[in-house]
Design a protein around this ligand. Structure first.
Ligand SMILES: Cc1cc2nc3c(=O)[nH]c(=O)nc-3n(C[C@H](O)[C@H](O)[C@H](O)COP(=O)(O)OP(=O)(O)OC[C@H]3O[C@@H](n4cnc5c(N)ncnc54)[C@H](O)[C@@H]3O)c2cc1C
Length: 257
């Protein structure tokens, strides 16, 4: 069990950031991951009083506060209509409804978990993280940044009209994914992310250029490195990625006809 000596409900991001500069402090999102740990920290910093629990939609973008829950992502009408249901698809197998009512978007993205359905889903979109000190950084770059003591304020997703699709496979419904794939397409430009390989999702960009769905899927899937663990071998994961990417590309083709 994780334990703390002090609890501070931050009254500003500045206060939260300043407190978080000490190694003995930790930011609490939904605490779903943190509570599994066994350590003692001096200060728990709670961001729940900072109004970061809203999803705003403007003409150009969606702005998702770090303290929004995965359940809000799953059920938000505007997000799911605009992005063709992928927010629901990438969240609905994560443990259970009660869990998703607690786990936050900020904790999920800042944690850079190898199994993350959320990061896999966001990468092929035109997505950014807003950091308190670091400013607005493309999600793709954030994923390769070293862990620091900054605060993730919100996720920004541009509304640029791309088609998007998400698929994952699990050995049992609420388990961690064996593989997670997401693709987007706009004007013949395709972005493919594959996560739970079992490493953190990465994204590759391809041009359609007359290639078949099978050729594109093989090209995309083979550009990632895969590993083996108790949920599957590297070879199996590569195979799954090819199959899911091909199916999603074929679905786009069918919808385009
Ligand atoms: C049993 C279990 C099964 C899971 N299965 C899946 C799954 O199948 N797919 C999936 O995608 N995810 C899965 N997850 C991960 C889960 O969905 C959340 O991503 C995870 O719990 C972190 O979210 P949280 O809000 O609980 O963050 P917390 O546990 O509160 O924090 C996680 C980390 O992020 C830091 N942090 C939190 N918020 C911020 C912020 N705003 N700025 C800076 N740092 C911050 C914390 O200090 C901590 O280091 C699982 C988790 C558990 C415990």
């Amino acid at each position: 069990m994780i334990r703390f000596k002090n609890y501070v409900k931050a009254s500003s991001l500045e206060e939260a950031y300043t407190l978080n500069q000490k190694k003995s402090s930790v930011i609490g999102g939904g605490m779903m991951w943190l509570k599994m740990q066994n350590r003692v920290k001096v200060t728990l910093i709670d961001l729940s009083g900072l109004g970061l629990d809203t999803i705003e939609e403007t003409e150009e973008e969606f702005r998702i506060g770090a303290m929004c829950t995965l359940r809000e992502l799953e059920t938000h009408k505007g997000l799911n209509t605009y992005f063709q249901g992928v927010m629901k698809e990438c969240t609905r197998f994560i443990v259970g409804t009660q869990f998703r009512n607690g786990a936050t978007v900020g904790g999920s993205v800042f944690g850079r978990f190898g199994f993350s359905d959320i990061t896999t889903c966001l990468l092929p979109l035109d997505s950014y993280v807003e950091l308190y000190q670091g400013g607005i950084v493309p999600l793709k770059d954030f994923c390769t940044m070293k862990f620091d003591r900054d605060i993730l304020v919100r996720i920004i997703i541009k509304k640029d009209g791309r088609k998007v699709s998400y698929a994952s496979q699990r050995m049992a419904k609420t388990d961690f994914p064996q593989i997670a794939c997401c693709i987007s397409e706009k004007d013949g430009n395709i972005a493919v992310s594959v996560g739970a390989r079992p490493n953190l999702a990465e994204v590759v960009y391809l041009e359609k250029a007359g290639k078949s769905a099978e050729e594109l899927a093989a090209e995309a899937a083979d550009s990632f490195r895969y590993g083996s663990n108790m949920r599957g071998s590297a070879e199996y994961r590569n195979h799954l990625a090819k199959v899911y990417i091909r199916r999603m590309l074929e679905q786009f083709e069918m919808e385009g006809k």
